[in-house]
Ligand binder design. Sequence first.
Ligand SMILES: [Zn+2]
Length: 427
Amino acid sequence: MPEPVISKQTLYRARYVLPIISSLVEDGAVLVESGLIRAVGYYRDLAETHPEAVLVDFGESVLLPPMVNAHAHLELTAFSDWAAAAGEPLAPQNFVDWILWLVRIRMDVGEDQLKASLEAGLKASLLAGTGAVGDIFTSLNAVEAYLESPLYGQVFAEVLGHDLDLIEARLLSIKSLTVKPPAKNLGWGLSPHATYTLSASATDLVFAFAKEFALRCTIHLAESEPESQFLRDGTGAIADKLFSTAKWDPLLSQPPGCSPVRSLCSEGRLKEGDLIVHGVHVNPADVAMLKQRGCSVALCPRSNAALNVGKAPVTDYLNAGIPLALGTDSLASSDSLSLWDELAFAVEWFAETAEPRDWLEIATLGGAKALGIEKRMGQLAPGQEASFQVVTLPSLPQVDALEETLCASGNDVNVTHLYLAGENVLL
Ligand SMILES: [Zn+2]
């Protein structure tokens, strides 16, 4: 007679359980079996109904879904070291000079350095309680760094340029890469870099490729005033500085004469599920078009503040029902890869635009939705994979103040555990 299989249940208890999808529970618990959440509720109730479950008590902690960093460039994690080595440690504080600074420094970085930098970024993300990323990469040779990572989400291959032959060759290389996933829980996506770094025909080519192979796209869009000016009439710092440095002729790309968002809303470009990054310089008609296209927006407030490009209209996005997420962007324009830091900055910078509870949802479930993984991560509910982080604060407040305190804590948040599908990945 074979032994009967006894499924082992574990009850994870914490002073506060924040399911995101439902109300905060004081002295809460999550019942987990075979990597899946079976129940979420008060500890006393679940302990009574499941006396056989193994108890893991996190004590004076908060248990909540992992952070989702919807926009990062983890291969640039070592960027400040490279900038210092190049003798250019200080980032310019205006947009076009910053791009030129980044390109100059990045040009001298080898494939091995990029791979090591990407590995460091993946590790730093986990340590910060991030369970999923929307990560953009440029080096096709460094992607094996993802292979052993337990992170969820999508990695987007960046494409830019004006030479259609080179872009076609790049897309073919990406196509051969996508025959197997980058890692167990990661999928491929495509990142046309921006409206001003791809010609109109290159943009069409990249979006058509994404549609043919059902790849989600993410694009830096409506990030700065120089971008809006360039699309409007082909003038400004992008034409004068960026195009001359890159040896692109602005005449090759006739300006569409409209806003960045409108330029991507023509047939065959943005599709449902695509993820807009930044979305700072948008008007009400742009917001309505993004809603109609079914796109999400990843806000990167620390990066926007560092480059002095302005603030995204969070209230307009929320009123329009556009799904929002948060991203750290790269360490070339941001101080850390911690979404807790990004959240604390966002809440202060976008003051009064949303409740603390909404911001916590944007940082977790919002990001999961933006990456299309909300059935696997972002909420604590029966049937979901058991993915959650456990954090402590210097002192935990009373229940009424918990969400506000969590939002404001940033660097004071100490991530003690990160479970992905029932496995503690910080061991
Ligand atoms: Zn970016």
